[in-house]
Write a protein that binds this ligand. Structure first.
Ligand code: GLC
Ligand code: GLC
Length: 634
């Protein structure tokens, strides 16, 4: 028998056995059509993951029942797509916020919608807002109940109200799907502690040597919190797999019951009204002894299976990948069958690298190698997010430029933590590993770009710092993909050291860039005489320009060689519109090899960022930290 036949036979048996007619007739038909079309693939993935188990059928039946139970209504009104996927549009501009730090609670956030709308935001990512341990919850990434909103933020009804209000303004909502782990307070974890068979939901080892066996090939993610990837649990008298903090227990997807249960949780999240699920820490979800347990082949199969469940039950929702790993691995999750959109950690890290070194060679060479992704997928381009900056790039690329990866990462850490003489930045180290000396970097966009330090310096230093902020945005808002701002960066918020006084936050320096935003912060940005005001006005203007010109949406893209080590340039083309973006990552003026009028084949070239300034004929000069958006439209 071939697998296709088996899958159809299985599905027809399942449909006989489950109460499919509980789905209202008008939705049942569409659901069954999708189920019948996609089940053969889903069946294949289930066989790959769980086919050797004698109870595989039972789990498949439970899975289909879960899909039928949770299948979600269609795309919300007001969010219809015209042709190309919404995330490829010039109007796609995102922002990520913590509900409490940005607006107090969900009601406060509803009141902030006009602010987002005015800024041109069309995608809002809310950091995890579910029930979580009270003292330390890793910023909400330790979920105790996926179906309960953290009471400090509001309730499910208010979240629904928020989703509807956002949709009415054409803003899509993204929620986290934290599926690598739960908190140790989740009912599954509690049941596991009570010795329930559910303990198989997690990785428990009685034998420390077995945990050690795994440890040998694992990367340490939070060495400042705990060494290795396992935590001894006194109550259970067992070792628990905890890739991140000790209170975040990794789920064991080798158990099909876990997969089916998590699909139910995923779809109930979708039922809360979100349009995008952010797949948190997705590289870690499948474990194989002797490997790094990151990006295993079966992690991809698992994500494809989740994706098919979504296509069947809630086809309007897309997955966003949060893989902060080697560029090839990052790219491996980007596919219509896995994640349609993905963070772009490579470009993020290398823009900062370019600012530190005043050289764009590594950025250019790395993008040339890794930027291209399938047509219907998109990068989520960002400069800062709620996490640390890790210096991920492919060392083969740095080697080819004569750059030693390890040394260069050490330099970048020293530079951005201000330990390197002459550095403009005042970031903070994160995750320092006492054995290897490795670390990563935290800080707000403005602080890392040098605005904080420069405010105590000369006018020129301040101008340069603000120009760095502008350069980063001029690239991020114009590269193919959806730009994603991080709360507070749009108003130039500086580092906040108050976390050092909080015992639950003291050891996690990512809180330095997670400030509770106050009215004073927003007011300061209204005043165009302040650095914050200059930053805010600049970003708002660029977003506005981006939204007005389709060339920033789905269009051709070509990286250019400006023949100057500190410059970065690219071309975009959409119909008759041509856009040349050119920036200088240094304080040294240069003349590039690019002739904008020649390249754009037009005498009517306008710099969108400075429409009054003419675009002279011939080779383009780039002043200190210059940024140009040259548009030719005829
Ligand atoms: C992701 C989140 C990060 C969190 C980790 C564990 O990387 O972005 O904030 O600590 O996953 O959930
Ligand atoms: C992520 C990454 C790690 C990052 C951390 C969150 O998933 O893999 O490098 O720093 O989790 O901060």
């Amino acid at each position: 028998m071939d697998q296709d036949y088996e899958s159809r036979l299985t599905l027809s048996r399942i449909l006989d056995e489950i109460a499919i007619d509980r789905i209202p007739a008008r939705r049942r038909k569409a659901f069954l059509t999708r189920l019948e079309a996609l089940f053969p693939d889903l069946f294949g993935h289930m066989i790959t993951l769980y086919g050797t188990r004698y109870d595989a059928y039972v789990h498949m039946r439970a899975l289909v029942a879960t899909l039928a139970e949770h299948q979600v209504r269609k795309q919300p009104e007001g969010l219809r797509e015209e042709g190309a996927p919404w995330y490829l549009s010039e109007r796609a501009v995102g922002m990520a916020v913590y509900v409490d730090l940005f607006a107090g609670d969900l009601d406060g956030l509803i009141e902030k919608i006009p602010y987002l709308e005015q800024l041109g935001i069309s995608y809002l990512h809310l950091m995890p807002l579910f029930l979580a341990p009270e003292d330390n919850s890793d910023g909400g990434y330790a979920v105790s109940d996926y179906r309960k909103v953290n009471p400090a933020l509001g309730d499910a009804k208010t979240l629904r109200k928020l989703a509807d209000a956002l949709h009415a303004r054409g803003i899509r909502l993204s929620l986290d799907f934290v599926f690598n782990h739960t908190s140790d307070e989740h009912a599954w974890a509690q049941a596991a502690l009570d010795g329930d068979p559910r303990y198989r939901a997690f990785y428990f080892f009685v034998d420390g040597a077995e945990a050690e066996d795994y440890n040998r090939s694992l990367r340490e993610i939070f060495p400042q919190a705990r060494r290795g990837s396992f935590t001894w649990n006194e109550a259970a008298q067992k070792w628990v797999w905890t890739t991140f903090n000790s209170f975040q227990w990794d789920l064991n997807y080798a158990n099909p019951d876990v997969f089916v249960s998590v699909v139910g949780e995923m779809l109930s999240l979708v039922g809360m009204g979100c349009d995008v699920l952010r797949l948190d820490a997705l590289a870690f979800v499948w474990k194989e002894k002797g490997t790094t347990c990151e990006s295993q082949p079966k992690a991809h199969v698992l994500i494809r299976a989740f994706n098919l469940c979504l296509r069947i039950a809630a086809p309007h929702v897309v997955f966003k990948s949060e893989a902060i790993v080697h560029p090839d691995e990052v790219n491996s999750y980007i596919a219509p069958e896995e994640c349609q959109i993905s963070y772009n950690p490579l470009m993020m890290a290398l823009m900062w690298e370019s600012l530190a070194t005043r050289q764009t060679a590594l950025l250019r060479a790395s993008l040339a190698r890794s930027f291209a992704i399938p047509e219907t997928t998109a990068w989520v381009n960002y400069i800062r997010c709620h996490d640390d900056i890790g210096w991920t790039w492919d060392d083969a690329v740095s080697n080819s430029l004569g750059i030693n990866g390890a040394d260069h990462r050490r330099f970048l850490n020293a530079f951005y933590t201000g330990r390197f003489e002459g550095s403009f930045a005042d970031g903070v180290a994160f995750g320092e590993n006492p054995d290897t000396g490795d670390c990563r970097v935290c800080g707000t966009l403005a602080s890392l770009a040098g605005v904080g330090k420069a405010m105590a310096g000369t006018t020129q230093e301040l101008d340069h710092a603000l120009a760095r902020v502008r350069v980063l945005h001029a690239v991020t808002l114009a590269m193919p993909g959806m730009p994603l701002l991080y709360q507070g960066d749009e108003i130039g918020v500086l580092n906040d050291l108050s976390f050092e006084d909080d015992p639950d936050k003291r050891d996690d320096s990512r809180w330095v860039h997670r400030k509770a935003l106050t009215t004073a912060d927003f007011d300061l940005a209204q005043d165009s005489a302040t650095p914050q005001g200059r930053i805010a006005a600049g970003i708002a203007r660029m977003i506005d320009l981006r939204r007005k010109h389709p060339v920033f949406g789905r269009s051709d893209f070509r990286l250019l060689d400006p023949s100057q080590p500190n410059s970065f340039a690219f071309l975009r083309r959409c119909g008759t519109d041509r856009l040349l973006v050119a920036v200088n990552f240094s304080e040294y003026g240069v003349t590039t090899a690019i002739d904008p009028r020649g390249l754009l084949d037009s005498d009517r070239v306008v710099d969108l960022l400075d429409p009054g300034a003419p675009c002279p004929p011939g080779a383009m000069a780039l002043g200190p930290y210059a940024a140009h958006w040259y548009l030719a439209a005829d």
